[in-house]
Design a protein around this ligand. Structure first.
Ligand code: ADP
Ligand code: MG
Length: 695
């Protein structure tokens, strides 16, 4: 484009604006109504108005070096003069000169000195004689306001996009006719045009709510293609070959023998959903979803029994060593009495041990292999992998999921993804739209809600006294320090220092343990075991205990510098207590709080509901950062906003499912339009999201 050289191109590229098309989809973040064009004689103080006028006098005053004041008088033949004033007027000194014609927009006041109307710091547009007839871009209409990109001001972006719209041929509309008609939205070209240049009679309030038909059409598009891709993946999984497990009488017996308690209604329902899915001759892709402490692990263990009873092996994948170890203990306790072999494959075992376990896995002597990424190393071969249980998958990379499929050698194993992170529905539909979802929406009986308190740093001694009391009553406690990066030596040092302080000075008579990511696996293991067995009464830790750790006797979670943790993270940490029959407490210790931090702390003190907290988290942080890094947010959503547009998402989703279903049923028929759409979807996904086959 004219006007965009290498330097500016680089600026724009930094914002992800690489092509003309990217600019077409760069949405204004608000619209300003500058339609009120008046003659000077009609201007009334207090209104915002646009005026077309000629400069009759202009004067720059102030010091040569500093900012200078530019004052101008303007006329439009209506009989009254208009005064205008600009601070930093030196910027306009060359263009605002006598006889220059210009458009002005701003708030009208009354000049007290002489009674003329006055506009201070108006938005202006110089109208050049040689461009007579050229449209006026920045005044006299509804103006799109864009987020500036470096020195690329909103105004300049407006200019460039205007030129693009005049010069280019619009991209073809790929949305199938049938879909477009059923939702009654405008075609793509008009939608894009109206996004940037709303028609004269547009409703500014609707524009600012992103609810004009044109805007809705573009938002719909983004969700629609995303959901089409997900639906396509889902259909594929439903039709490709997988294992049809049988739920035998013996499997039922084994499950009954294994259960240490009576499952909740929700656990039973979810187990049934999983069993039904496992029976189908297609690979299961299911998300097991439920708040912390809702009892997902036992459900996963039941599905493992079904797989094992059918002669298959099970892989349990965890995101951290500590969680892998926890799972190992838990599964071992449940499954070994049934005669199954459970083996850990941790990154920390000696090469010889590892070799041994790998060889057992390869010969089919291990029923359940549990580990971190180590399980995905290429030299781990399963004799007959039938089920993969993946915990906390959002920390699991896409590539790792691909490795898993390769492991099964031919048949796709069933996959059960467990996540303790409550996900707002809109996110679940986009992130996990290709998975079936089972939700445990009930906590095991007898759980007392955790009491959450906020305490100022200065009053921390009171917290320690309370800890001592609880320990005296037989309980155990966690004290957690924020470590932003597990590799951050300084932060680990802080935890170590705190450990020294607590063990020597605050609780000299109690056994205090230390756990952080920099310890060797053996040390971590020892620390965890000692806490699990009750030897250690107080565990000082970094967030390595965030997920999965299960010590029912622990009743207090103290989180120091709680203002530095995210909402979801604290909720996870809090979920480490309240797992037994004892009243449990979560104490958030903070220093000075920013407004957002205060809001976060208040949400936690007031609510124990993971879904509510997740919604708040998404609101406070934005969906992109919800999962810790921007990159793992939702790619390809430029206009759409998961919070604002959930209704459009639902609509797009059902249209997408309808289309994909129809294309499947009519695959053989000469349904050209449908097939073209599906091809487009596949190509679109490859380009936009990459790794289409993996998801
Ligand atoms: P999640 O993984 O969903 O956070 P867990 O599976 O770790 O939860 O279970 C939390 C705790 O609740 C564990 O100690 C588990 O043994 C216990 N538990 C799970 N289901 C029940 C139940 N139906 N009745 C009693 N205790 C249960
Ligand atoms: Mg768990």
């Amino acid at each position: 484009m004219k006007g965009i050289g290498p330097v500016r191109a680089e600026l724009l590229a930094g914002k992800g604006l690489l092509t003309v098309s990217d600019l077409l989809y760069y949405p204004p973040f608000r619209y300003e109504d500058r339609r009120n064009v008046k003659l000077i004689s009609q201007l009334a103080p207090g209104e915002k108005a646009a005026v077309l006028a000629r400069v009759s006098r202009a004067k720059l005053s102030g010091f040569r070096r500093g900012p200078r004041l530019l004052e101008a008088t303007l006329e439009d033949g209506s009989g009254t003069r208009l005064h205008a004033r600009w601070f930093h007027g030196e910027r306009f000194a060359d263009s605002i000169v006598p006889d220059a014609r210009m458009a002005l927009f701003g708030k009208v006041e009354l000049d007290r000195e002489n009674g003329y109307p006055l506009i201070v710091q108006p938005e202006i547009e110089i109208l050049h004689a040689d461009e007579e007839g050229e449209e006026i871009l920045h005044t006299g209409r509804i103006i799109p306001v864009y987020e500036a990109v470096g020195e690329f001001s909103a105004r300049r972006i407006r200019g460039v996009i205007h030129r693009i719209l005049k010069q280019i041929v619009m991209p073809p509309d790929e949305l199938p006719e049938s879909v477009r008609h059923s939702i009654g939205l405008p075609d793509l070209a008009s939608a894009i045009r109206e996004l940037h240049e709303p028609p004269e009679n547009a409703d500014v309030r609707l524009l600012n709510e992103f609810r004009t038909p044109a805007q809705v059409r573009l938002i719909f598009d983004e969700f629609f293609w995303l959901e089409c891709g997900l639906a396509l993946k889902k259909t594929k999984a439903r039709t490709s070959a997988g294992i049809a497990f049988a739920v035998t009488e013996r499997a039922r017996e084994q499950i009954k023998k294994m259960l240490p308690f009576k499952p909740t209604q929700a656990q039973r329902r979810v187990m049934q959903e999983i069993a039904d899915d496992m029976k189908r001759p297609h690979p299961m892709h299911r998300l097991l979803h439920g708040d912390v402490g809702s009892g997902k692990t036992i459900v996963a263990a039941q599905s493992a029994v079904i797989a094992i009873e059918n002669g298959y092996q099970v892989a349990v994948l965890a995101p951290t060593e500590i969680l892998a170890t926890q799972h190992y203990w838990y599964f071992k306790r449940l499954l070994e009495p049934l005669g199954y072999v459970v083996a850990p494959l941790s990154g920390s075992a000696s090469p010889r041990e590892k070799q041994q376990i790998k060889s057992m896995i390869g010969r089919g002597l291990v029923h359940v292999a549990i580990g971190t990424h180590a399980l995905l190393e290429h030299d781990v071969e399963f004799a007959k992998l039938g089920l993969a249980i993946v915990d906390e998958q959002h920390r699991f990379g896409v590539m790792q999921r691909l490795e898993l499929f390769k492991k099964a050698g031919g048949v796709e194993p069933d996959v059960l993804v467990m996540t303790a992170t409550p996900i707002p529905r809109t996110l679940a539909l986009t992130l996990y739209g290709d998975l079936d979802v089972s939700t445990i929406d009930e906590l095991p009986p007898g759980r007392k809600p955790i009491v959450t308190k906020h305490v100022q740093e200065s009053a921390v001694q009171g917290v320690y006294n309370f800890l001592a009391q609880q320990v005296k009553a037989g309980r155990q406690a966690y004290v957690v320090y924020p470590v932003v990066e597990e590799t951050e030596t300084a932060a680990v040092k802080a935890a170590e220092k705190m450990y020294e302080h607590l063990s020597r000075h605050v609780f000299p008579n109690l056994r205090v343990g230390l756990l952080h990511g920099k310890l060797s696996s053996d040390e971590k293991d020892t620390a965890m075991r000692s806490f699990q067995s009750g030897d250690t009464r107080i565990l000082v830790s970094t967030t390595v205990i965030e997920v999965g750790v299960d010590v029912p006797n622990a009743s207090v979670m103290v989180i120091e510098q709680a203002e530095r943790f995210g909402l979801a993270q604290i909720h996870q940490l809090r979920g480490r207590v309240g797992r037994g029959p004892h009243q449990s407490y979560c104490i958030l210790v903070t220093g000075k709080l920013s407004d957002i931090a205060r809001e976060r702390i208040r949400t936690l003190v007031e609510s124990n509901d993971g879904f509510h907290i997740a919604e708040m988290d998404m609101r406070l942080r934005g969906p992109g950062e919800f999962f810790g890094t921007k990159q793992s947010g939702i790619p390809g959503l430029r206009l759409a906003d998961l919070l604002r547009d959930s209704d459009i998402l639902e609509k797009a989703r059902s249209e997408a499912q309808r289309l994909i279903e129809a294309s499947r049923l009519e695959a053989s028929a000469a349904n050209k339009e449908l097939r073209a759409a599906v091809e487009y979807i596949q190509e679109h996904w490859q380009r936009r999201y990459g790794l289409v086959q993996v998801g």
